[in-house]
Ligand binder design. Structure first.
Ligand SMILES: Cc1cc2nc3c(=O)[nH]c(=O)nc-3n(C[C@H](O)[C@H](O)[C@H](O)COP(=O)(O)OP(=O)(O)OC[C@H]3O[C@@H](n4cnc5c(N)ncnc54)[C@H](O)[C@@H]3O)c2cc1C
Length: 655
């Protein structure tokens, strides 16, 4: 759906096949990071709708560790200390958000369906076979008619994006194995509503409640306190337990145990799932591309699953669009896996380490989930000699011993445990919610991806921890900076409507203002982010230049390259309001100027005022130069060619 939303923007004709009859009603992912919100911002007003639907920050800023949701609290961690909003103004024009996947998907669907000429969404249609014929892909689908008869049909397309989830059949058909740990932990998800519980939690609102008591160990996700919608995640130990052990009545009892009160509960569904840490060996084969959980699956701790999938779609959509419009060669598509796979590997490592962080509190309480899994593994073979019920009871006895040890009420926690917990909370050693360095700071290895179509050699990206540092290193996301367009808009001749860059960014600034997306109204007119400038450019590459004396030559060079088929848009950023530029820029529809009202660009642009930063349509830096000399002049067309996959081999080199 995310690729479809992107695809409709890019004008590619596409069909989405979804085997279910409609969108899911079960919540899963719920944390949307800055970069995903920026992608949504570039797709019209999706980010605004998400912001409006996201609950107030007070409802989800904390994780609470407790014996039960309404009982004793061991610790409460505020993930937005000193912040009264989820914005981080220096880093992004968009906040993080808390909106469940089943509420996000209808927004994306509406966006994809807004372009009926390019997008078709076929619900109730299952892909049952694919055949890559070299120049096209034949996709066999089955759908149920009104009389529930199955109908087969084959659709021929130029490329196939397989976003068919963690158990992707397309991935199996392509024989692309997953690498990593297939099961870190089995879990049961109990989706339930309880207005009663939500009301009683009004003085203790949180996004997650980690509950440890004699009767249950569970993590409760408060998807919406306003609606009383929750999901309880409970450890599950097959084959000693099976889904049948978790009837709706049993599930409601687990919820009440986690709540610590006899609250009214309406259980909607009970499902099992396995927490894995795996990445596909390759992200594409021939004309078929894996995206989302089909390409990577990892623990939800840190909320990277859906967000990583959104970035897959963002990386792939512009490349597919560029190939389909003839702007790029098919070679460009080869870079998809080389760029995305290392990010997926890094996010897998991060999510596993987050999962370990999440286990610190139960361990301090004397509960070790690994010990429970070990007990399950030891007891499981007993099933061949004793009835399943006996083996299951043995497991339950072991689990309840562990839970009892962690229960604060029998008797009071020992001093050692209390101290260990205090230390964990004081030293901020528990699971984090925000990961700005990984959310906004992930970077693509452009040389590697251009130098080889083989993804097997790609190594995981850097595992950054800490704050986000804006950077224009090639591969990095262009830093956010708040700009105000300057100069009069260019009048459009009605008989000859044409793309005028200066007008496009003025309109984008007005839209940003109207959507309430601007952080600090400057008083001097509408402002926009560098992120919006990239979105306004569509598939056109962007060259950002400074106020120095070489600006004019940079602009002339960029315009001269239009004849090679690269419609480079040139944006000159002046350092501060009232700041001057040396020399006039050529008057051209592809040249615009803006002033940096946030006064951050000079520090983050990473090049001198005579330098230039070349940006791809997905907002990642393609290259940068500190000044313009003969070598740099020759390099610009080379980098543009590489950006569109027209050069298979690039020499590695430092910018
Ligand atoms: C409990 C939990 C909490 C999570 N929390 C977060 C979070 O806070 N933030 C975050 O970023 N991520 C989170 N995640 C991860 C996130 O839910 C997944 O990464 C995300 O749903 C993956 O999206 P997807 O579109 O790739 O796959 P899916 O959501 O699984 O969608 C795949 C779709 O393909 C359809 N399909 C499958 N096979 C076929 C076929 N043959 N033909 C047609 N259709 C088919 C399926 O019906 C399904 O609709 C969480 C996951 C879990 C389990």
């Amino acid at each position: 759906m995310r690729t479809a939303a992107n695809g409709s923007i890019s004008g590619i004709r596409h069909v989405v096949f979804e085997k279910s009859g409609g969108l899911p009603s079960q919540p899963q992912a719920h944390f949307i990071n800055h970069r995903s919100m920026e992608v949504f911002r570039g797709l019209g007003d999706i980010s605004r709708v998400v912001r409006e639907l996201s609950p107030p920050l007070e409802d989800w800023r904390r994780f609470v560790y407790c014996s039960a949701m309404l009982k004793r609290v061991y610790g409460s961690v505020d993930h937005f200390p000193g912040q009264d909003s989820p914005y981080v103004p220096y880093a992004s024009p968009e906040p993080v958000a808390h909106l469940s996947q089943h509420k996000l998907l209808p927004i994306l669907l509406e966006r994809a369906e807004a372009s009926p000429r390019t997008a078709s969404i076929w619900f109730g249609t299952q892909v049952t076979a694919i055949r890559d014929r070299g120049s096209e892909v034949a996709v066999t689908v089955e759908h149920a008619s009104a009389r529930s008869e199955r109908h087969k049909r084959t659709i021929v397309c130029s490329h196939l994006v397989a976003a068919d989830g963690a158990n992707s059949r397309v991935r199996d058909w392509l024989e692309l194995p997953m690498e990593g740990d297939a099961c870190l932990q089995n879990l049961i998800n109990i989706h339930f509503f309880s207005k009663d519980l939500a009301q009683q939690l009004s003085k203790r609102p949180a996004m997650l409640y980690f509950c440890f008591n004699r009767a249950t160990v569970a993590v409760i996700v408060a998807h919406s306190l306003a609606d009383g919608e929750f999901v309880a995640q409970v450890p599950f130990f097959p084959p000693l337990q099976d889904l049948g052990d978790f009837s709706k009545t049993a599930a409601a009892d687990i919820v009440r145990a986690a709540a610590g009160s006899d609250v009214e509960v309406e259980v909607c569904s009970v499902r099992r799932w396995a927490m894995s840490a795996q990445v596909a060996s390759r992200f594409h084969k021939g004309r078929v591309f894996l995206a989302g959980d089909a390409a990577h699956r990892f623990p939800p701790a840190g909320g990277f699953g859906m967000n990583t999938g959104i970035q897959d779609a963002h990386n792939l959509a512009w490349k597919l669009a560029a190939v389909h419009t003839g702007a790029a060669s098919e070679e460009l598509l080869e870079t998809y896996g080389g760029e995305r796979r290392p990010v997926a590997e890094a996010n897998t490592l991060l999510s596993v380490s987050n999962y370990e962080d999440a286990l610190r509190v139960p361990r301090a309480l004397g509960l070790d989930p690994r010990a429970a899994n070990l007990a399950s593994a030891v007891i499981s073979p007993l099933r061949s000699v004793v009835p399943r019920g006996v083996a299951s009871s043995a497991l339950e006895a072991v689990l309840s011993l562990g839970r009892a040890a962690a229960d604060a009420s029998i008797p009071l926690l020992g001093d050692l445990k209390e101290k260990a917990l205090e230390r964990l909370f004081a030293e901020d050693q528990t699971l984090r919610l925000q990961f700005p360095a990984e959310d906004l700071g992930f970077s693509y290895r452009l040389d590697r991806s251009m130098a080889s179509s083989k993804e097997a050699g790609a190594k995981p990206g850097r595992h950054l921890r800490g704050g986000y540092v804006p950077s224009t290193e090639p591969g990095a996301r262009l830093p956010h900076c708040e700009l105000q367009p300057i100069g009069a808009g260019v009048p459009v001749v009605a008989s000859r409507p044409e793309w005028i860059f200066a007008n496009a960014i003025r309109e984008a600034a007005q839209e940003a203002d109207a959507g309430g997306q601007n952080l600090e109204p400057s008083g001097g007119g509408a402002t926009l982010s560098t992120i919006d400038v990239v979105a306004a450019c569509g598939l056109r590459p962007l060259l950002i230049i400074g106020p120095g004396h070489m600006a004019q030559r940079w602009a002339s060079l960029a315009l001269s390259i239009h004849r090679l088929g690269y419609p480079v848009q040139v944006l000159q950023i002046l350092d501060r309001p009232g700041g001057a530029a040396s020399g006039e820029l050529p008057s051209h529809t592809a040249v615009a100027r803006a002033v940096d009202v946030s006064s951050t660009w000079a520090a983050s642009r990473g090049v001198s005022e005579n330098g230039a930063v070349l940006v791809r349509p997905d907002g990642h830096v393609a290259w940068r130069w500190n000044a313009l000399g003969p070598a740099e002049g020759a390099d610009l067309p080379r980098r543009l060619a590489a950006m569109f996959g027209r050069v298979a081999h690039m020499q590695p080199g430092a910018p």
